[in-house]
Design a protein around this ligand. Structure first.
Ligand code: PDD
Length: 287
């Protein structure tokens, strides 16, 4: 099915969607994005994504071309016209184009920001077989820039990380800086020891995951404690369980790190419970 996408104020067929070759996201990765999941035709944690988008924009001295309410309408309209039951909505806002290439930011008074949204249809997104088998991951060096808290479209290193994982015959990679795990290539990283969830504290070193915030809120419900601190790959290999979170994977168990199986090499009970709670609660609050 040909998708209808949203480009700078218009709903158009994906084949007719056009942006300028001078758009700064294309030339300089000067743009930010969000990925929001859709389950049962409803948006999961839209407000969390809208708030983080505002923060990313303000950290880069950019402004949104549309209000939060207009953004919600566009998300819902794309879900409707593309008949999405389960899937993802990708949103990108760029600094736009002033018709040339220049390192200096164009004058925001005369250069409109650009906005693009499109859907990805993923039937059964919450019933992924990977949740039953768990993920195998490798560790790689974190070679990204220093403002990973801003959700920019410069995703080349995470993309290279996924290729390193693919080459190693595993599912994903966790990145390590100064001996400590930062996060996964496109997700936040956690280990579980006893009844405690351990994950890196928020800073400029990692993306402030919307799923992360929800899962840590639900930890109580799973009778678990949370420790926000650095952990090493050795500590992770020795953990009882591990998992990742993101808007597209929700809570996904990790069963092997650098060839070392965790526990019996199958998804741990606590990770599975956290996934259940996350999906139940998020569906209840979906809009
Ligand atoms: N990635 N860390 C990184 C580096 C990410 O790219 C993502 C999300 C997360 C998790 O954030 P959230 O829970 O808000 O989705 C953490 C999205 C899904 C992507 O790029 O497709």
């Amino acid at each position: 099915m040909t998708r209808t996408v949203y480009v700078n104020g218009d709903y158009v067929s994906e084949h007719d969607a056009k942006i300028s070759i001078f758009d700064r996201a294309f030339l300089m990765a000067d743009g930010v994005y969000e990925v929001t999941s859709v389950l049962g035709g409803k948006l999961i944690d839209f407000d969390g994504h809208a708030k983080r988008l505002e923060r990313s924009l303000s950290e880069l001295d950019m402004r949104s071309p549309v209000s939060r309410d207009a953004l919600l309408d566009i998300h819902r309209e794309l879900v409707r016209v593309n008949a999405i039951t389960d899937g993802l909505i990708y949103l990108q806002i760029t600094r736009g184009s002033n018709g040339d290439r220049d390192f200096v930011f164009p004058d925001p008074e005369t250069t409109e920001p650009g906005i693009v949204l499109f859907t990805q249809n993923k039937p059964g997104l919450a019933n992924s077989p990977a949740a039953r088998t768990g993920l195998k991951i490798i560790s790689i060096e974190d070679q990204r820039w220093g403002r990973r808290d801003i959700k920019t479209v410069q995703l080349l290193y995470p993309s290279m990380g996924k290729m390193m994982a693919q080459k190693a015959g595993v599912d994903d990679a966790w990145m390590v800086e100064d001996g400590a795990v930062t996060e996964g290539t496109s997700n936040n990283a956690y280990i579980i020891k006893g009844n405690t969830i351990i994950t890196r504290a928020l800073s400029n070193d990692i993306l402030h995951g919307i799923t992360r915030a929800a899962v840590l809120r639900f930890a109580n419900e799973a009778q678990m404690q949370v420790e926000e601190r650095n952990f090493t790959i050795d500590e992770a290999k020795d953990a009882d369980e591990a998992f990742i979170t993101s808007a597209s994977a929700f809570v996904m168990p990790v069963v092997e790190i650098d060839g070392v199986p965790l526990g019996d090499g199958t998804p741990g009970a606590r990770s599975r419970r956290l996934r259940e709670i996350y999906l139940d609660e998020s569906l209840k609050a979906a809009i």
